[in-house]
Structures are given as C-alpha cells and as structure tokens.
Design a protein around this ligand. Structure first.
Ligand code: AMP
Ligand code: MG
Length: 305
C-alpha cells in the first residue's frame, strides 16, 4: 500500500475526512458507518441533511453487505461496475449510517473505476461515503487543485488522482420496487442502461425520488446562459464544435460530448475566475453524454426546480 493510501485509510478509521479522487469527480470521503464523520461532510460542504450520500464500495460483494442487490441491481452492477453508475436499492440495515442515507430506508451504492479510489476502499474494507468535494451548490471539482480549493481545509488526507476522466457526477438509477428509474443522467447513458434492463420507467418529476436534485446546483458565481448562439458584451462563451468561440474556452472543438463533459466543470470554474458578466454556453446535442451535460447546465442556469 502506498503511503498516500495508508494515510487516507488512517484518516477514515479516525473519523476524519479525505479528498478521494474518482473517475467522475473528486469526492469528500468519510467512513459511511460513522455518523460523527459523516456529519463533518455535511458541515464542510454546507450540504442539506435531506440530501443523501453515495456509499462507495470496492465491488459487488461489498455492495451486497449494505444494499439488497436484487436481479436488476445485479445486472446493472455486472454491466457497469466498476464505473460511473450509482444504484439506489433497499438498505440492508448496516454499514451506512442514518445521516448518510438522510434517514431513508434505501441506500445509493457505487463501485468507482479509478484505481486509487479502489485501493483506498479496498484497504479500508468498508463503504466510504463521498459526495463531490465542492461546497454545496457549486460546480464539482474535477482536478486536485480545484478540490483542495473547495474543501481542502476540512480534510486530514488528500489524494491526487490527476484530472477526472469523466468529469461529471455518476448516473443515478433506482431499482426500488422492481422498477428501474433514471434519477440523474451521467456518463452511463439512458440507452446503455436500457440495453441491459429494458425501457426505463417514466420520470416522475424532478427532485421527487432523488432528494439531492436541487435547482441552481453546480453553479459558478457568474450567471450561466445556455443555448447561446454567441457571447454578449462581457460574457465568456464556452463553445462546442469547430470554430465556435475561442479555442481556449471550447468545451470540445471536435464536437465530442465526452470531451465536453470532461472539461465542463473545469472551464466553468476557470471562466468564473475571470469575473465575466456572464458565462454563455453553446447548444449541446442530447446524445451520448449530452443529456447529462444539458442536465447540469440547466441546473447551473437555474432552470430546473
Ligand atoms: P452527490 O451529491 O453527487 O453525492 O449525489 C448523490 C446523489 O444520489 C443525489 O442526487 C442524491 O439525491 C442521490 N441519492 C443518494 N442516496 C439516495 C437514495 N437513497 N435515494 C434516492 N437518491 C439518492
Ligand atoms: Mg455534488
């Protein structure tokens, strides 16, 4: 075990917080079973206690210890783990404290792909809750420096996993009641999920089942204007596609939604530092990671709620 991983595991055992890189975004991690440790996450982020956390596990065997993994959950885990797929299932009764679940009788579980994250969870030997390491309402950090800037002072150990390959939070899917529902779009797309479990149930209205789906989430300080055809005076334009806006501010010059996802939060943060009058973002197709990007952008622009 590397010194870094050992220090992170020690911190978790002591009930302290860690900066945990994953392939999606940087997380603020704590021992899922320790309410005092989990309380530090809510305090550090300024996060509402109604908003439950994702329990990160090293594999499906560890998931089965905290969640009731029915046939649907097993199929999703088999297809997408380790990876950016969170499964909400019935809680088994141990291992993820009430505060981490916001008092619900369900639990959200995910096995991350990034080897450094897996090494920490493996060595710790139990679930690690880790919401994004930003202060609540702000864009998730996707680089080590951004994570340190957001919540660095609250952690006892910080792991540098480099820039996050995905750059957006995980897809969240509920299997409660034997029905598969997409609670939050992410890098695992709707069509990929449907290819494994068949058609998804209709959306029941935003924020209904996933308590964390608040409006004006993921937002920088500057106002965000989506579907913009160009920049207005004082705005920075985050372009998409060839020749749209300045190369430095392009989400993807080749019009690739996966590249745009990986750059989105970093560019929102960088643009914000220039103190523009606003951040305009080019239209984004809804295919591939586009659905997840458009979801985050609508929230950043305050259109959802
Ligand atoms: P994050 O803020 O990125 O950690 O995301 C956690 C997401 O998982 C939020 O959208 C939560 O509302 C959702 N989530 C976690 N636990 C549950 C649960 N038991 N039921 C429904 N959604 C959950
Ligand atoms: Mg978050």
């Amino acid at each position: 075990m590397s010194d870094d991983v050992a220090a992170a595991v020690d911190a978790l055992r002591l009930g302290d917080l860690i900066l945990l890189p994953t392939e999606t975004v940087y997380g603020l991690g704590a021992d899922a079973a320790n309410p005092a440790a989990v309380a530090k996450i809510f305090a550090a982020k300024g996060r509402s206690r109604f908003n439950p956390l994702i329990a990160h596990v090293s594999d499906v065997a560890q998931a089965r210890r905290v969640a009731v993994m029915d046939a649907l959950a097993e199929r999703l885990a088999d297809a997408f783990w380790p990876g950016p797929m969170t499964i909400v299932a019935a809680y088994r009764g141990e291992g993820v404290c009430d505060l981490a679940r916001a008092g619900l009788n369900s639990v959200a579980v995910r096995a991350p792909l990034l080897p450094l994250a897996r090494a920490v969870i493996d060595a710790f030997g139990a679930a690690v809750v880790a919401p994004s390491a930003n202060r609540s309402g702000r864009p998730s950090p996707t680089t080590f420096d951004d994570a340190v800037e957001e919540t660095g002072p609250s952690v006892a150990a910080a792991l540098d996993g480099g820039p996050c390959a995905v750059g957006l939070e995980s897809t969240v899917v509920s299997v409660l009641g034997g029905v598969v529902r997409l609670l939050r779009p992410g890098a695992v797309t709707r069509s990929e999920i449907e290819s494994i479990v068949g058609p998804l149930a209709a959306d029941e209205g935003d924020g209904h089942r996933s308590p964390g789906r608040l409006a004006l989430h993921y937002a920088p300080d500057a106002p965000v204007r989506i579907e913009a055809r160009g920049a207005r005076a004082g705005e920075i334009l985050l372009g998409f596609g060839p020749g749209v806006g300045e190369p430095r501010w392009s989400l993807s010059e080749r019009g690739d939604t996966a590249e745009a996802a990986a750059r989105l939060f970093r560019l929102l943060r960088e643009a914000d530092r220039e103190r523009p009058s606003g951040i305009a973002v080019s239209p984004m197709p809804n295919d591939g990671l586009g659905e997840a990007i458009n979801d985050r952008l609508r929230r950043a622009a305050g259109f959802v709620g």
